[in-house]
Write a protein that binds this ligand. Structure first.
Ligand code: AMP
Ligand code: MG
Length: 329
C-alpha cells in the first residue's frame, strides 16, 4: 500500500470519508499531535488501529467529535463542573472522561464503562470531523511506544505502507497530547497532564484532583502504565540542578567517539555552552511544541541523548516532564 500525504481540501476529505466509511483508518492532524482515526462505531476499524500501532489491547482510545456533535448521544451523567469546563476550554486540548452510553464499539474503551471524548480545535480536524459526521476513535499516529508525531512527515516515517492516507494539517502547535480529565466523580481529576493544566481547571471550577499511578496498581487510565515516547537511541535524563554531571557525561562520551547530544531548553543551553545541543526553545509553550520533534531529531543524529530537565516544573511543564521522563526511562 502506498501512503499518500494530502493537504486538507475537498478532494482529500472525500477520500478520507470513503476510507473511514469502508472501515479503514486515516492519519489526521489535531492541535496537539497527529491521530490515527477510525469510525468509533465500527469494531473492525477500531481493531485495525490497535494492530497497526501494536498498541496493547487494554489501552483505551479517545473519541474525537465535531464541535456541533451531540455528545449526549455518546455519554451520560455530565456533571455541572464538566459543562463549565466544556464552555471554558472546548474546542481545545482537553479530553474528558464520562460514563459511556455504550453505543460506540466496545473496543474503543477496552471494556471500561467510561468513554473519553475530545473536541479538537485544529481547523483541519474540525473539517474532517464535520465531513465524516461520525465520532472518530484516534490514538496518536505513531508505532506504539515510539515518540508521538507532530507533523504529517512524522506519521509517514512511522506508518508508511500501513495506512492509505495522511491528512496534512501542518505542524502541530500544541506539541504534547491532550490533558485527560476524569469527569465521573464529585470533582474533576487529571489522569494525564497537558496544556490545559490542573491550575487552569481548578481556577474555573474551584477544585481539581490529580491521579498518580503507582506501579503494579490497577490503572485508572490504563495508558499510564506503559512505556511511551521513546526515541530509537540511548537516552538519559538529569535534573536541572545536575547539569554539571550531564556535561561531564557528554564530554566523556564525545571523547570516546560517541555521538552524544544535550537536549535542553534555551536557558540551560546558554548556561552549559556545549557545542552539540538540541534546543527545546524558551517559553513553556515553545518547549511543549518542540519536544517530540526534538526527540525525533535526536534519534536521527545522536547515539545518545542526554536530556537536562528544565528548571521550571509547574504548569505546562508538568506535562512536558511527564513525557520527557518517560522518553528517557
Ligand atoms: P493516546 O491516544 O495514545 O494519547 O492515549 C489516550 C490516553 O487516554 C491513554 O492514556 C488512555 O489510558 C486514556 N483514556 C482513554 N480512554 C479512557 C477512559 N475511558 N478512561 C480513562 N482513561 C482513558
Ligand atoms: Mg499515544
Amino acid at each position: 500500500m502506498n501512503t499518500k500525504i494530502m493537504k486538507i481540501d475537498g478532494r482529500s476529505l472525500e477520500l478520507a470519508d470513503k476510507i473511514i466509511k469502508s472501515g479503514g483508518v486515516v492519519g489526521m492532524p489535531t492541535e496537539t499531535v497527529y491521530g490515527l482515526g477510525a469510525n468509533a462505531f465500527d469494531t473492525g476499524a477500531v481493531e485495525k488501529i490497535f494492530r497497526i500501532k501494536g498498541r496493547p489491547n487494554d489501552n483505551p482510545l479517545i473519541v474525537h467529535i465535531h464541535k456541533d456533535y451531540d455528545i449526549s448521544t455518546l455519554v451520560s451523567d455530565v456533571p455541572d463542573y464538566a459543562a463549565a469546563l466544556q464552555k471554558a476550554f472546548l474546542p481545545g486540548p482537553l479530553t474528558m472522561v464520562y460514563k459511556s452510553r455504550g453505543v460506540v464499539s466496545k473496543s474503543v474503551s477496552c471494556g471500561l464503562d467510561t468513554l473519553a471524548i475530545r473536541i479538537p480545535s485544529h481547523e483541519g480536524a474540525q473539517k474532517f470531523l464535520k465531513y465524516v459526521n461520525l465520532p472518530i476513535a484516534a490514538p496518536s499516529a505513531n508505532i506504539s511506544k515510539h515518540v508521538s508525531p507532530t507533523s504529517a512527515e512524522h506519521v509517514f516515517n512511522d506508518l508508511n505502507g500501513k495506512i492509505e492516507l495522511i491528512l496534512d494539517g501542518g505542524k502541530c502547535t500544541g506539541g504534547i497530547e491532550s490533558t485527560v480529565l476524569d469527569c465521573t466523580g464529585e470533582i474533576p481529576v487529571v489522569l494525564r497532564s497537558g496544556l490545559i493544566t490542573r491550575e487552569m481547571i481548578a481556577r474555573t471550577v474551584g477544585e481539581c484532583g490529580e491521579y498518580v499511578y503507582k506501579d503494579g496498581a490497577r490503572a485508572l487510565s490504563p495508558g499510564m502504565k506503559y512505556k511511551h515516547y521513546s526515541p530509537n537511541c540511548r537516552t538519559v535524563m538529569f535534573a536541572n540542578s545536575e547539569a554539571g554531571k550531564a556535561i561531564e557525561l557528554y564530554s566523556k562520551e564525545r571523547a570516546n567517539g560517541v555521538r552524544a547530544y544535550i537536549l535542553c531548553d534555551d536557558a540551560t543551553a546558554v548556561k552549559t555552552a556545549v557545542e552539540d545541543i538540541i534546543n527545546l526553545g524558551k517559553t513553556e509553550t515553545e518547549i511543549a511544541e518542540n519536544l517530540y520533534s526534538a526527540l525525533r531529531e535526536g534519534e536521527e543524529k545522536a547515539e545518545l541523548i542526554i536530556a537536562i530537565a528544565p528548571e521550571k516544573q509547574d504548569g505546562v511543564m508538568v506535562g512536558v516532564m511527564n513525557r520527557l521522563s518517560k522518553a528517557c526511562s
